[in-house]
Each structure stands twice: as C-alpha cells, then as structure tokens.
Design a protein around this ligand. Structure first.
Ligand code: DLL
Length: 446
C-alpha cells in the first residue's frame, strides 16, 4: 500500500491558536474576568430559579460584585443541584434555543444533563482547538480520536476542537482496538486522543499484532478524562513513541478543554481564564485557599449561555500555580488532578488515592502497568487489595509470583504507608479499559 504518512517534523513550536487571549497581561485578564463574571452572575440570577433562590438565601446580588474577590460571598453549586433540577431547570436558556445536550451515564439514579447553545458549542470548539495547539497539534495533522462519541463529552468535544484547529479528524470512538491499530498505521495519524488507560490498551494490542506503534507517525497524545501519573506518562511516551499531554475538563463546566498542558513545560494545565474562574477551597471549611495550596477545585463559567455554573465544586483535588510558564501563556496552571475527593480511600487512617498506587506500580520490573484496587472490610476497618499483572516473559512459577507480590507490598508500604494484600495475575487477567478505567472495585458491601 502506498500511503503517504504525515511525517512532518514538529514545526512552529511557538504556535498558539488564540495568541492574543492566551498571552493577555494580568491586568487586562482581570478586567475581562470582572466584566464577564458580572454578566454570568446576572444571567444565572435572572434566568435560573435555583440561582435566584440560592443568591437570595445568601443575601447576595450580582450587583454586589465590586471585584473578583467578592465572588467568595456567592454560594457554591454542587452536583446534586443539577440532579434536583433535572433535566432542564438549571438552564438559563429555553430548550428550543439549545443546540446540543450531553449527559453523564449516572451509575445511580438520574443522569446529569448539560446543555449548550450554538454559541457555547462555538466557544467550546475554540477552547479545545486552543488546548490541542498548546499540546502540540497543528493544522494539517491527522487526529485519531478514540474518546467515546455519544453522551460523553470526550468524543464530540475533541472532534470539534480538532476540526476547528484544521486537523483531519478520524472519528474512531472507543473500542474495536485492533481496528484502531490498523487505522493508526494505515492513516498515519500524528495525534492520538484517548483516555490514558485506553491509550495503554492500544499500545498493548499493537504489540500483540506485531505492529511497532512507536515507529509510526504519532507525535502527540492528548490524554485525559481520568487521573494518571507521571510514571504512566513515561510509559505511554515510550510505548507509543509520542509526547503525552494532559487535558482536563468536565461536562458540568463544558467538557474537555477547560485546561490543557502545553508541550513546552508539560507541568500543569493552563486553565483558560478568559472563560473560567478557578478557585481552590478547603473542602472541610469551604474557605478559599491561597495560590499553591492543595484543595478542591471550584470553577465558575464566565461565558456559558445555556448553563452558567457559579462556583461549581468539582470534587477534584489539585492546586493552582501562577508561576510564569516557559511557553509564554499567561493563564494560571492547574497541577495534575490527583483524584476526586470521593475517590479517596482511608486505609487504616491513611488517605490514599488510586493515582498514588499507580505511581508506585508503573515501571516496577517484571510488572505490566495494568492494575486494579479492591476495597473490602477487615473487621470494621476498610482494607485495600491490589491486583497487579506479571509481564509475559516472567516465568509462570509460584515463587516468582510470590516474590513480586512481596516486592509490591513492600513498595506500597514504604512509599504510601499502608499495608495491603497483593495478588499477582497472569498476563491479560486485569481488565482492560476502553474509556475511563475502573481503578477501584468496592467489595465492602455484602
Ligand atoms: O471526562 C471530559 C473530558 C473528556 C476531559 C476528554 C478530558 C478529556 P466528565 O465525564 O464529566 O468529563 O468527567 C469529569 O473526570 O471532574 C475529573 O474527576 C476527571 N478528569 C477529567 N480530566 C482529567 C484529568 C470528562 N486530565 C471528571 N486528570 C473530572 C484527572 C480528570 N482527572
């Protein structure tokens, strides 16, 4: 087959999709945020009964906002506010003015429904294009989009962003992994969009098919939608032969593209401050924390028409930094999201996030990067078990398995500080992901 692959070298390293906005000086950015915040608060108060009630109960009105700091007087919005106003009552736009509706799958009870006007979709495409350009995608790239299409915002969000940037988007969606490998090889994609766990699955399937995926034309991986560690990044970079970049977002705020790393620093995700206001709060006291302190990320939308979100509590744990970035973008950075506060496990008094376990496991000799955590009861206490998987070249021998289990137990105890059970599985026995990986299986309930 005579396919001309896209083997263009990294070009125009300083390229930005929206340079004026991305490099705005702080005073101009603050003034813009203040104007847009006033607009957003008014839109919420005038059009959404939930916000009118909540603002009135807190004794605040949009007109009270004198500076950005006054936002702290406004009430938070939480996920149950969306559920309680199911499906449309949290919208500031009549249904006939909506252009798109997405929803979370909702494992229990009602799904979370989110809506967009035509203008919202347009701004989303712009912000995702901006994110992808920061990640190193360029007009003319072939972009293989393995985020799931459908009610999940990943597929269509990355699709619109890629098109807006000027890429040729291959809308593969998740699943059918052998076919994904064939397409990556034959179509010569330079950009891979997927969850990090699915990207790992693709790498593994390629190896099984005898395809040297690292030798293909992939340059960048734009990975997100779930927590992942720097250890996993190193693994993905090596196995896929690309530079992987972290992208963040959530449906309630927009979808993917709320924040994205630049490929210059790969050290924190630029949060697009001309469209969102970022705060970090102490999840116990609900007080805003100073720049740099770890807490719960709270986001306010500044330009959303259909569904303005005022001080939305994401439950995501991170910290912000306003240190200047080598790429020249002035927007603050959200450090890697280590997990959600509802993912935090308390094992014998120690707080543990699945991503910490991942950091310990990935890269250990003889083990594959696939793992799963099981939570169970030991008396009245929560206990943790970790399933890890041996590499195919390790002898299938009880002594070898026991030695690996002992090594993992020791590392987890010495680095994270908790004791846990470890089960070593054979190659392929830990479930593979086609989207967001299930990292924790809760076996605490009978
Ligand atoms: O996951 C949107 C998205 C799609 C982001 C594709 C990036 C790429 P939801 O399904 O609403 O939206 O889930 C949002 O996923 O609150 C975080 O807990 C988690 N999450 C998203 N991105 C990251 C990331 C999409 N880069 C929830 N790192 C968020 C860690 C992430 N967690």
């Amino acid at each position: 087959m005579n396919v001309q692959h896209n083997t263009r070298p990294d070009h125009d390293p300083g390229f930005m999709f929206a340079p004026e906005a991305e490099t705005m000086a702080r005073p101009a950015l603050t003034a813009l945020q203040k104007d847009r915040l006033t607009w957003s608060l008014n839109r919420a108060y005038d059009n959404v009964p939930h916000y009118r009630r909540a603002f009135d109960a807190a004794g605040v009105k949009p007109g009270h906002l004198r500076s950005l700091a006054d936002l702290r007087n406004f009430p938070f919005t939480v996920k149950t506010d969306l559920r309680d106003n199911y499906p449309y009552d949290i919208f500031a736009t009549p249904v006939h003015e909506l252009a798109r509706i997405h929803a979370s799958s909702g494992t229990t009870g009602k799904p979370t429904v989110v809506g967009y006007t035509k203008g919202d979709l347009d701004r989303w495409a712009d912000l995702m294009a901006r994110s992808m350009a920061a990640a190193g995608a360029r007009p003319g790239d072939v972009l293989h989009n393995a985020y799931g299409y459908g009610l999940f915002t990943g597929g269509l969000g990355a699709h619109a962003g890629g098109q807006r940037l000027g890429c040729a988007v291959v809308p593969v969606s998740g699943g059918g992994t052998e076919r994904q490998v064939t397409l990556l090889r034959d179509l010569g994609a330079s950009i891979l969009c997927a969850t990090p766990s699915y990207a790992l699955n693709i790498a593994e399937v390629a190896e099984g098919m005898g395809v040297d995926i690292a030798a293909l034309s992939l340059r960048r991986g734009i990975f997100g939608a779930e927590p992942w560690s720097n250890e996993m990044r190193a693994e993905l970079d090596a196995r896929l032969g690309l530079k992987s970049v972290d992208v963040y977002g959530l449906s309630e705020i927009m979808g993917p593209g709320v924040a994205c790393e630049c490929d210059v620093a790969r050290d924190g995700l630029h949060g697009w401050e001309d469209h969102f206001l970022f705060e970090v709060i102490d999840p116990e006291t609900l007080e805003p924390l100073p720049m740099g302190e770890v807490g719960e990320l709270v986001i306010t939308t500044l330009t959303k028409e259909a569904m303005p979100m005022i001080r939305y509590r994401t439950r995501d744990i991170t910290r912000l930094t306003d240190e200047p970035c080598a790429c020249g973008r002035t927007h603050l950075r959200i450090c890697r999201v280590t997990g959600r506060d509802d993912d935090m496990m308390i094992i014998r008094g120690v707080n543990v996030y699945p991503s910490q376990v991942e950091s310990v496991l990935v890269g250990l000799d003889g083990l594959s990067p696939h793992y799963q955590i099981r939570l169970f009861k030991q008396g009245s206490m929560d206990a943790m078990a970790v399933d890890v998987e041996i590499l195919p070249d390790v002898p299938d021998h009880a002594d070898a398995f026991a030695a690996h289990a002992q090594k993992v137990r020791h590392h987890i105890k010495s680095i994270i500080g908790v004791s846990c059970d470890v089960t070593v599985k054979r190659p392929g026995e830990v479930p593979r992901s086609e989207g967001k990986a299930v990292r924790v299986v809760d076996q605490r309930k009978p």
